[in-house]
Design a protein around this ligand. Structure first.
Ligand SMILES: Nc1ncnc2c1ncn2[C@@H]1O[C@H](COP(=O)(O)OP(=O)(O)OP(=O)(O)O)[C@@H](O)[C@H]1O
Length: 294
């Protein structure tokens, strides 16, 4: 998670998913051990175990509400204070990114994004008054082969081949030109937008003979608060909820042609993201050099 107002913090959580039925049938064995001190031990054949430490660790029996409590709730706290905040789900195809971020959006097993939306509107309903108002809007986009597509608009003949443009504006930072921003006043409306976005994404993927796990997917919630009695509450914040494309390496999957191109673009963007996160965490730990280079 990263917020971009002054005190930048980056936290890394890891979630281990249970073995799938197919993996069990094929004789797969669990090789990851999760400990209460937020460490993960990786056991590999004929090698000494490797131990890794994280800010948060979720074992194979972890639940969606637990993940929300540890990651979603603090993100909302920050958003209500006026900070921008981002969650990225990173991992190889099939590791559980979409399950953690979305899952079945209408079931008790729903993931972070629908839970954040539910909790956001619960908080808004508690805090709203004659003098304190909230305006919330959402956008949904995907980045496929470095091209940005609006998921709230059906893709068709009129969709520009080059996709939407990423721009930077004074006071507003980086934004996507012409991206739809839909005003929402309930969690149900947010879930409808998500459904709509997924439908457009699936249709476009079929048209392009691609799979959705080869694109990055970003759900954006913007919140504007206005309080006539307490100017301290007047603020604007943005939550970016990102389900990244599968991180496997092209060389390992033996990809060729278009799939190789997709893989190269995914690697390029994930490596750029890695550089940004490294720079942010170095900044958070007070490295002078990064600050001077900004
Ligand atoms: N924590 C979990 N508990 C139970 N099942 C899980 C868990 N995480 C993932 N799964 C299951 O594992 C399968 C793969 O998960 P998922 O589709 O979320 O992977 P992914 O990383 O998003 O893959 P892709 O990159 O293709 O989008 C799904 O059937 C999902 O339901």
């Amino acid at each position: 998670m990263a917020d971009d107002v002054g005190t930048t913090t980056v936290q890394v959580a890891v979630r281990v998913r249970p073995l799938s039925e197919k993996e069990i049938k094929e004789g797969g064995v669990e090789c990851v051990e999760v400990a209460k001190d937020n460490t993960v031990t990786l056991h590999q054949e004929n090698q000494p175990p490797n131990v890794f430490a994280f800010d948060n660790v979720f074992g194979k029996d972890s639940t969606q509400p637990e993940v929300f409590e540890m990651l979603g709730n603090p993100l909302l706290d920050k958003a209500f204070e006026g900070y921008n905040a981002t969650i990225f789900a990173y991992g190889q195809t099939g590791s559980g990114k979409t399950h953690t971020m979305m899952a079945d959006r209408k079931s008790d097993d729903r993931g972070l994004v629908p839970r954040i939306s539910d909790n956001l509107f619960q908080r808004v309903s508690k805090l709203s008054s004659e003098t304190r108002k909230f305006l919330i809007c959402c956008s949904f986009l995907e980045i496929y082969n470095e091209i940005v597509y609006d998921l709230l608009v059906p893709r068709g003949k009129n969709t520009p081949k080059t996709g939407l443009e990423i721009r930077e504006g004074k006071g507003i930072g980086v934004y996507v030109k012409d991206l739809q921003e839909i005003v929402v006043d309930s969690s149900e409306k947010v879930l409808k937008l998500i459904d709509q976005g997924f439908e457009h994404r699936a249709t476009a993927a079929t048209q392009m003979n691609a799979t959705s796990s080869r694109s990055h997917c970003l759900f954006i919630i913007k919140m504007h608060q206005k309080d006539e009695q307490n100017a301290g509450n007047n603020n604007f914040s943005k939550m970016n909820l990102v389900d990244l494309a599968g991180s496997e390496r092209a060389s390992r999957t033996g990809a060729q042609g278009d799939t190789l191109k997709e893989g190269a673009n995914i690697n390029k963007s994930l490596s750029a993201l890695g550089n940004v996160i490294n720079a942010l965490s170095t900044m958070a730990s007070g490295s002078k050099k990064v600050r001077e280079n900004r």
